[in-house]
Design a protein around this ligand. Structure first.
Ligand code: SAH
Ligand code: F3S
Length: 467
């Protein structure tokens, strides 16, 4: 029985895709290897969002080839995911020993291709073609596979993004927006809940645009193209994404719902109201800001203003006091001046994010921003990165401290990776809590009292409230 090892770079969507490919291979009789050293097949599931992520995977592949060809002749090595999609054949030109390059719409063919490579019927395979309905093939992977049961699971609801932010490579690596149907998604969620899952995170590159394209297409077909300007007047007040949230919410036995990543433009009143209306929807929102400067938001093609963003935060906090709000910010976007950057600092002071992921701008090939004038020198990107990090960390630490003495509900995920005597769970607002637990706590919803805080962690005492 050949064994496979998959190493994943990047976002939760990639983790989800790796699980699906692993499940597919297991269903075909493959074993999952504990390490790359003794695996018959090693796959790198890649990320292209920043150059550093690409370089890491390329260096890893160089090392693999170096050892594989010496210590384990016949080992199959391959790239899959975003970098495989955006670079395709070029990866083989650069690293001729690579056996497989599998694009983002081809995950469902992984087992078939690996069988062929192992059997020697094909020597090298590059497949990065687009494939209609590839977004719906994902579910079958799960059903066939033996994806490990945990209390929390990811469910992919859509693929691709049509927003085309000028810095972002995702529309090119993941393609056009394509959504699965509500029935299909709900069926997968039910299945997961049947296996013991209690929390589901709905995943997509721009989840708030879920089903929009399909809805528009359906209307266009029904009305005829000449009537298309009327379409917006016919649209119902509840977006397809909120309809999906309602449908998933109705699943018995499911306790918590989360989603990522949304786009600020998707936070209409229907979604804000959903937070107040749906008790299973956790009070946590990751709302990517990117910049606090209107001038830059426009250059980035983000489709909202600073004021609009602030309005969303205000509405969410009114609907759900205590909601955890996190964000993504890019520093050093082309043309970013000191004034623009200060607008970002001031917005962070105003919003008081619970946490913020800060990225130094990285030019991506074929994206409009890479060609823009006034690229910001590397040392200024570094310097702004530090200044912003100092501010957001200071705010985050202060917010963590406000939890001390509070009682919070956590969903227990399992033993902590760093210290097996400790168990780890998450609050509804998505903060990690460590406590002295045991196997009987796994998968439980329980209340703990927060005793102290560490870096981005809360320490809780279950005994205080669970006597
Ligand atoms: N909506 C997507 C966004 C993917 S990229 C998702 O989460 O699935 C995640 C974050 O990386 C973005 O929000 C942005 O802050 C950052 N990012 C994207 N392109 C970048 C670039 N070229 N340079 C630096 N950061 C970038
Ligand atoms: Fe990228 Fe913007 Fe879409 S950040 S994933 S193009 S919303």
């Amino acid at each position: 029985m050949p064994s496979v090892f998959i190493k994943t770079y990047g976002c939760q969507m990639n983790e989800r895709d790796s699980e699906a490919v692993a499940a597919q291979l297991v269903a075909k009789g493959y074993a999952i290897a504990k390490s790359e050293a003794n695996a018959d097949v090693v796959l790198l599931n890649t990320c292209s969002v920043r150059d550093l992520a690409e370089q890491k995977a390329i260096n890893k592949m160089r090392n693999l080839i170096g050892t594989a060809r010496k210590d384990k002749p016949g080992q199959i090595v391959g790239f899959m995911g975003c970098m495989a999609q955006s670079r395709g054949q070029e990866l083989i030109d650069k690293l001729p020993d690579v056996d497989l390059v599998l694009g983002t719409q081809k995950f469902h063919r992984a087992a078939e291709y690996i069988d062929e490579l192992l059997a020697g019927t094909r020597k090298q395979i590059v497949d990065v073609a687009a494939e209609a309905k590839s977004e719906a093939t994902i579910r079958e992977h799960l059903l066939n596979g033996s994806a490990k049961t945990s209390v929390s699971a990811f469910v992919s609801i859509m693929q691709g993004c049509n927003q085309y932010c000028t810095f972002c490579i995702v529309p090119y690596t993941r393609g056009e927006e394509r959504s699965r149907t509500i029935e299909d998604i709900v069926a997968e969620c039910r299945e997961l809940v049947g296996r013991g899952v209690r929390e589901i995170t709905l995943l997509g590159q721009i989840v708030t645009s879920y089903g929009k394209k399909e809805k528009r297409d359906a209307w266009q077909a029904a009305l005829g193209a000449e009537n298309s300007p009327l379409i917006t007047h016919h649209s119902s007040l509840v977006s397809p994404f909120v309809q999906l949230l309602d449908a998933v919410h109705a699943i018995d036995g499911l306790e918590r719902i989360r989603f990522t990543s949304p786009h600020p433009k998707g936070y209409g009143d229907d979604l804000v109201e959903a937070y107040a209306r749906l008790p299973k929807l956790c009070e946590s929102a990751h709302i990517p800001l990117q910049s606090g400067s209107d001038r830059l938001l426009k250059l980035m093609h983000r489709g909202y203003t600073r004021e609009k963003f602030l309005g969303i935060v205000k509405k969410l906090r009114a609907a759900k006091p205590g909601i955890g709000i996190t964000t993504d910010i890019i520093v050093g976007f082309p043309g970013e001046t000191e004034e623009d950057f200060e607008q970002t600092l001031s917005l962070c002071r105003e919003v008081q994010f619970d946490n913020a992921y800060i990225f130094k701008y990285s030019p991506r090939r074929d994206t409009p921003a890479a060609e823009m004038p006034d690229q910001v020198p590397q040392e200024i990107r570094e310097e702004r990165n530090h200044r912003l990090l100092d501010l957001v960390n200071e705010i985050a630490a202060r917010k963590y401290d406000t939890f001390i003495g509070q009682q919070v509900q956590i969903l227990v995920e399992g033993p902590s990776k760093k210290n097996a005597a400790r168990y780890t769970g998450r609050t509804r607002c998505n903060r990690i809590v460590l406590f002295d637990g045991s196997a009987r706590h796994q998968g439980q919803l329980m209340d703990v009292k927060i005793e102290r805080t560490g870096s981005f962690t809360l320490y809780g005492d279950p005994a205080v409230v669970n006597l």
